[in-house]
Write a protein of this length. Structure first.
Length: 305
């Protein structure tokens, strides 16, 4: 309608009732819809762009001839006809072709975003599926050894494992969980490790939390803690610090290690997955540093919600 009004008021010497362009509009509508619903989808799908340009030019030429000699009946030459009236066929065709391309581009972008979102969700689920069995495996080993050496203390360990199992099976499926649940899970895990490594490793665990009502992605910190126990040397100290202040989490974990026994494959289910998860969930809102100079030290600063 905008095109019709502009054409009538700015480019026409005829009155409304005398203007043959109004009669020609119905032909233009048919041509535009034919182009947008059949020609463009067909030729773009086949990638026959050169042939489409030829068809586009042929339709514009024939439509202009139809307007000149059937509607306007100007009696002008071919060159005069094209110079005066070709724009009336070209403008709507070009404009609505552009609109079709624009909407197709928007649809493609939405499809790409949807695929990216689905890919991100699947990757997060895959990364979590790699972490979950690893956490439970260590706990089960501890319970097994206690069931043989100290059977009277086994029931309490089973209750702790039950809490951890609930956390892994249910809470870890959420995008974010309360910080209180995640810290409780870490507390239980460290209790298991203190029992399992008694007399072999010394665990120094400090917490300074101003608020437990923040939200955090599940099973993030446990990856670093597990890595410390897995690769620390015998008769060494493992130091874990968790500090929450004004919505900012500062976490450090350090341990002695033997550099000759640590290879890149050791981190495929550990720190590499952690970095991927942080990049997917907290892009631009975290700092992860790994120092392997004297002691293996991992520090994570994270903005919580």
């Amino acid at each position: 309608m905008l095109f019709v009004f502009v054409s009538l008021f700015l480019f026409s010497d005829f009155y409304w009732k005398e203007n043959p362009f109004l009669q020609y509009v119905s032909i233009l509508v048919a041509i535009v819809y034919l182009n947008n619903f059949f020609l463009l989808p067909f030729f773009v799908k086949k990638k026959m762009y050169a042939f489409y340009v030829f068809v586009f030019a042929a339709i514009s030429f024939l439509a202009t001839q139809l307007y000149c000699y059937a509607f306007a009946q100007c009696g002008c030459t071919l060159v005069k006809c094209l110079s005066d009236y070709l724009w009336q066929s070209l403008v709507p065709l070009i404009f609505f072709s552009f609109v079709w391309i624009l909407y197709r581009f928007i649809d493609k972008q939405e499809e790409v975003e949807t695929v990216k979102k689905e890919h991100t969700e699947m990757e997060l689920k895959f990364l979590k599926s790699q972490i979950n069995p690893h956490v439970l495996f260590n706990n089960l080993n501890t319970i097994y050894s206690y069931s043989i050496e100290k059977p009277n203390e086994t029931p309490e360990l089973i209750l702790m494992l039950s809490d951890n199992l609930k956390h892994v099976l249910y809470d870890s499926n959420e995008k974010t969980i309360s910080l209180e649940k995640e810290v409780h899970f870490i507390d239980n895990y460290i209790k298991f490790q203190k029992i399992r490594t008694e007399g072999v490793k010394k665990i120094v665990y400090h917490k300074n939390l101003d608020n437990l009502n923040y939200k955090i992605a599940p099973l993030l910190l446990i990856t670093i803690i597990e890595n410390a126990f897995k690769h620390s040397s015998l008769n060494s100290d493992i130091v874990i610090n968790i500090k929450i202040e004004n919505g900012s989490l500062n976490f450090t974990c350090e341990n002695d290690f033997n550099p000759n026994k640590v290879t890149t494959t050791d981190f495929k289910i550990g720190l590499q997955n952690l970095e991927k998860r942080l990049a997917l969930i907290y892009d631009g809102q975290y700092e992860l540093n790994i120092d392997k100079s004297d002691r293996f030290r991992v520090s994570l600063k994270l903005e919580l919600t």
